[in-house]
Write a new protein. Structure first.
Length: 346
């Protein structure tokens, strides 16, 4: 009986020590708490074993404390350019140096620019996801005030049957909301994650980048470029036949405007293509709507769909570029940024 009492007292002391530790060092009462919208996208350090071009590669995928892809950031005030997109911008299964943003940063360094582009892309994000970033993520970042936001957008917004899947702020299940709330605010869990990420990294899965290439690039493969698209598609008919897509996408773009104004930042939009170009009429329509929006608001736009022509091997699935494709796209984007003189920012 005496030993049980000792054990009980020790457990009670341990509980109050944890409680004291959480109250004073946790995020429960802090305004800058990231919230359940961003919790699962922070403090990640994952390995993926990828079979690429007939050999295996180990891909290390990091998202830092603040949620950006890559290493930790010491001073958020030094961030000048942020790249925002979905999985096509995040490029989880490529080494960071081989992604579009990674290659852009290489070109910046090679040309003696003293800053880099930070990657805020998250898998599945649509334009509504960008709005959520400005509502629930970016305001949590102290001294965060980029001069330029680059939006790599189109593919996810063009998919009518998946408009909201990745835009939900949190799970609808109460138990999962409670779990996310605890994970987000607990300093104990945060420290355990740091230890795990440093000492107990595991290979999460094998993702075969080449397994479908024979089907992707069969003998009938051809790239449907912009010149062909404008000859075949009737834009007015596409707008009428896809009125829900048109209204949804235009509303999201317009809803994004006040957040851009609040940051007093320069927005740059980039259109997108699939592995076979613009054979998807909904993507063609989305790109054209984006161009109209940018023209109306006098925004810069990189018309990738009008410039880029893919070769076999530029994509490893219908929408995600390989390192080969990302390299080509990064060069186009970099040259377009030079043309509009956006890189000479202070």
């Amino acid at each position: 009986m005496y030993y049980k009492k000792i054990i009980f007292i020790n457990l009670l002391i341990f509980f109050f020590l944890i409680l004291f530790f959480e109250v004073f060092f946790g995020h429960w009462l802090k305004k800058e708490s990231f919230g359940i919208y961003m919790q699962k996208h922070r403090n990640k350090n994952e390995n993926y074993e990828v079979f690429n071009k007939n050999h295996k590669e180990l891909i290390n995928y990091k998202r830092n404390f603040y949620g950006f892809r890559g290493d930790e950031i010491k001073d958020l005030s030094k961030i000048k350019i942020v790249f925002v997109g979905g999985s096509t911008g995040n490029e989880r299964f490529l080494k960071e140096r081989d992604t579009i943003v990674g290659r852009l940063n290489y070109l910046l360094s090679k040309n003696n620019y003293k800053f880099k582009i930070y990657n805020a892309s998250i898998d599945g994000k649509t334009t509504q996801g960008y709005i959520n970033d400005f509502k629930f993520w970016f305001p949590k970042l102290k001294n965060f005030n980029p001069k330029v936001f680059i939006f790599y957008t189109g593919i996810n917004d063009s998919i009518l049957n998946q408009p909201l899947k990745h835009d939900e702020l949190h799970s609808n299940k109460r138990i999962l909301q409670i779990r996310d709330y605890i994970e987000n605010n607990s300093i104990t869990i945060e420290l355990l994650k740091i230890i795990r990420n440093k000492y107990f990294i595991t290979t999460k899965l094998e993702y075969d980048l080449t397994k479908d290439l024979s089907q992707l690039y069969d003998k009938n493969y051809s790239y449907f470029n912009y010149s062909n698209a404008i000859k075949i598609y009737n834009l007015d008919n596409l707008k009428n036949n896809n009125s829900n897509l048109k209204l949804r996408f235009e509303k999201r773009l317009n809803d994004l405007l006040p957040y851009l104004n609040n940051y007093n930042s320069i927005p740059i939009f980039i259109t997108q293509v699939r592995y076979n170009g613009l054979s998807d009429e909904k993507l063609f329509l989305t790109n054209e709507l984006l161009k109209e929006f940018c023209k109306k608001n006098n925004f810069y736009i990189v018309k990738l769909d009008e410039i880029y022509n893919a070769n076999i091997g530029d994509f490893y699935d219908p929408v995600h570029t390989s390192s080969q494709g990302s390299y080509k796209i990064s060069k186009i984007i970099f040259n377009e940024l030079l043309k509009i003189n956006i890189l000479n920012i202070n």
